[in-house]
Design a protein around this ligand. Structure first.
Ligand code: TXA
Ligand code: MG
Length: 313
């Protein structure tokens, strides 16, 4: 695969070029408030197949479908009271809802990996919104990184991983949240937290008025939960108070370190920096020690990503 990847600016000209690529079944990376997505027309099976090819992703992993507006969701899935509560509270935003598909939904079965549910998200990022409105249809988009690698939160990360494999990239600077969306399963009796992410679990539980269940058993309902996901090349050691000889250190709070997620101990700032700092430390090709991160609010999602980065592989 060697396609010249066009780097587009998020102005009228860039957006219309990006829209034309999507209509033609080509791949376009675009920013969202969480991470950069690798977008394809969700109704076009060939386009969706190119996403798996570009990422080198196992084909059993279903993709998130991005929509401009909540109203588009109702045509694709069986809507519910819980979906209404969460969509009105948090869409557009860093939340993905898994819901039962309706008949004649029109999505490629590759998007859902043959499941009878689909993951939907209405992103808030201005450029994502403009692209989705101009395209006027569902856009399947996983995070814009090669499979198993760290998610991309800047245009440079996207280019480093996917240049030559995608038609275009809309470059609109760093992603403000920096962590993937929180995924909630609404296809069973109780809402289930499938992936911790950019929207804190506590906020979702407050809106629903009940605690979220965790996925039952050992079956992987969100295969992005495979343990060694988000892996840098080097070994990662968690809950480190300080670097050992030869290690680089990812800090949190005031401390000596190579790079600091947030000197003031701000979890939102840490989330926004997480993947960029991991990319930069990874480039130093030395083992990475990581300071302890408080396990509350966004800290839970950060710790989830760090545990995956540290998992044996
Ligand atoms: O913030 C995000 O969610 C980013 C941006 C681009 O929107 N996207 C993202 O996509 O993180 P991806 O493909 O890297 O992760 C999607 C996750 C995977 O773990 C996948 O297994 C899960 O969503 N998923 C998708 N469809 C599902 C379904 N029907 N049931 C359960 N899990 C599903
Ligand atoms: Mg991903």
């Amino acid at each position: 695969m060697n396609i010249p990847t066009q780097r587009l600016t998020p102005d009228a000209q860039g957006l219309s070029a990006a829209t034309a690529f999507l209509r033609a079944g080509a791949l376009v990376s675009f920013p969202t408030e969480t991470v950069y997505g690798l977008g394809a027309d969700a109704r076009n099976g060939t386009a969706v197949a190119r996403v798996f090819e570009a990422k080198g992703r196992p084909s059993f992993n279903p993709l998130i479908v991005h929509l401009a507006q909540v109203a588009q969701a109702r045509g694709l899935v069986v809507w519910s009271d819980a979906a209404e509560v969460l969509a009105s509270a948090f869409w557009p935003g860093p939340l993905t809802l898994v819901l039962p598909l309706r008949p004649r939904h029109g999505l490629s079965s590759l998007v859902t990996a043959g499941l009878d549910t689909v993951a939907l998200r209405v992103p808030a990022h201005e450029t994502a919104q403009k692209l989705l409105r101009a395209f006027d249809g569902p856009v399947a988009a996983p995070s814009a990184n090669p499979s198993g690698k760290i998610s991309a939160t800047t245009a440079d990360h996207v280019m480093a991983g996917l240049s030559g494999r995608i038609a275009a990239l809309l470059d609109d600077g760093p992603c403000p949240v920096g962590l993937e969306s929180t995924i909630i399963g609404l296809d069973g009796a109780d809402p289930v937290l499938l992936r911790a992410g950019g929207l804190p679990q506590e906020a979702i539980e407050a809106a629903l008025g009940l605690p979220l269940a965790l996925p039952a058993g050992t079956s992987i309902t969100a295969p992005g939960q495979l343990s060694s996901h988000y892996a840098p090349g080097a070994a990662v050691r968690l809950n480190a108070r300080e670097a050992k000889a030869g290690e680089v250190m990812l800090g949190f709070g005031a401390m000596p370190c190579t790079l600091n997620l947030s000197e003031t101990g701000d979890l939102a700032q840490a989330a926004a920096n997480l993947f960029d700092h991991l990319h930069r430390l990874d480039a130093m090709e030395r083992p990475i020690a990581v300071a302890p991160i408080p396990d509350k609010g966004l800290g839970r999602a950060i710790n989830d990503r760090l545990r995956r980065a540290a998992a044996p592989r």
